[in-house]
Write a protein that binds this ligand. Structure first.
Ligand code: PLP
Length: 385
């Protein structure tokens, strides 16, 4: 059996090596390292793929979130609602901009922001909601957009883990995640569903004014050369990374399809074990989304419904089966974000999840044999303990 890895970027690269290599070499031959034609080409191709009017590439997913918030002219002290169960980058940028992060608990089933708890968190200072499509699954964007409309709030979708995922509204309309709110952001960190060979990120919007503003902010606040109208940043996707992404984008749907197929296989093998809660597949999708990409399984995350999660982790480590605990500490308990306004009792689901979750190897190159081996070891361990 091939060595099991949490992500297998070598195998993925080897399959499209020729295209990726020639794409990178052409950047070197043109010596157009910054804002070269590959950046423009990737931008256009991603706009078409997502069905969004504007893609603005930038240096990484954290910058994308920061730039999104800068573009909305928020004032220090303005409140931004987001989820307590996400990667720290989401709240980090809120705090860095002297805005106030207001954390909301998540749903146990989807791991995403609990829309029924958003209204309670809204005050006269609330300006934006940042849903995170965690682990590849869309948050309930229908409810998020309804609340945002009712209270006149901006919506920034943190789509770093869900590129290619779809949300289906009750009207039947389907939209790619990240293109539903005012702005969507993503990361091209190598292990993300669409990853480059270093750092990269992008913002998406259908709003021409916001797109114009964002294009200036990523480039030192310049709208005309050496005229700095606003305080900006330097955040670019370099041409080499764009070349890699442009070569990989045509494969994104098939990568996501492989992830779904692997997820389905895991679920079949694990669902008989009553100590495991396998992840929910998706909003309204039966089985494994045969006709859409509702959930793109950035992670395959199960809950261990006993107090054995940490023992299982140790057992898997001993067997050299990689795993991840995303995320072990809720944000409201992190030193950097602790705040007297947060009441531990308000985050019962997040608290429970951080003690129960474990993410299994998940990438586009997993084999059935590997999934069977991993699932077999896990069910055996849990049935004996
Ligand atoms: C990866 C990630 C980010 C940050 O992306 P970087 O490119 O690493 O800066 C932000 N939010 C979420 C949910 C992520 O998973």
């Amino acid at each position: 059996m091939k060595k099991i890895q949490m992500v297998d970027l070598q195998s993925q690269y080897n399959k499209i090596k020729d295209v990726v290599d020639s794409s990178i070499i052409s950047v070197m031959e043109n010596a157009s390292f910054i804002n070269g034609p590959t950046v423009k080409s990737f931008q256009k191709n991603l706009e078409d793929y997502l069905g969004v009017k504007h893609v603005i590439p930038c240096a990484n997913g954290t910058d994308a979130l920061q730039i999104a918030m800068m573009s909305l002219d928020l004032k220090p002290g303005d409140e931004v609602i987001t989820t307590n169960f996400t990667f720290a980058a989401t709240v980090e940028v809120i705090s860095l901009l002297n805005l106030k992060p207001v954390l909301v608990d998540v749903e146990l089933d989807s791991f995403n922001i609990d829309c029924n708890k958003i209204k309670k968190a809204i005050t006269s200072k609330t300006k934006a909601i940042v849903p995170v499509h965690l682990f590849g699954q869309s948050a309930d964007m229908e409810k998020v957009m309804q609340i945002a409309k009712e209270y006149n709030l901006f919506v920034i979708e943190d789509n770093a883990q869900a590129i290619g995922a779809t949300f289906q509204f009750s009207s039947g309309i389907k939209r790619k995640t990240g293109t539903i709110g005012d702005i969507g952001t993503t990361s091209f960190f190598p292990s993300k569903n669409l990853g480059c060979f270093g750092d990269g990120g992008a913002l998406f919007t259908n709003n021409d004014d916001l797109a114009y503003k964002i294009r200036g902010i990523v480039n030192h606040g310049m709208y005309e050369r050496y005229h700095h109208d606003v305080v900006g940043v330097n955040s670019r996707l370099d041409s080499v990374q764009a070349a890699v992404l442009d070569a990989k984008l045509p494969h994104l749907n098939s990568y996501n399809k492989s992830r779904q197929t692997s997820a389905k296989k895991y679920t079949e093998l694990l669902k008989g074990c009553d100590k495991i809660k396998t992840p929910m597949f998706s909003n309204g999708c039966i089985d494994v989304c045969s006709n859409c990409h509702c959930h793109v399984f950035h992670q395959y995350t199960i809950r261990i419904l006993s107090d054995k999660r940490n023992d299982l982790s140790k057992y898997l480590s001993d067997l050299k089966i990689p795993f991840g605990i995303y995320y072990p500490i809720p944000l409201h308990r992190q030193k950097a974000y602790k705040n007297k306004d947060y009441d531990d009792e308000d985050f019962l689901n997040t608290n429970l999840l951080s003690s129960q979750v474990i993410s299994l190897p998940m990438h586009s190159e997993l084999t059935d044999e590997q999934i069977e081996y991993i699932s077999g070891k896990i069910t055996k361990f849990l049935s004996q303990s």
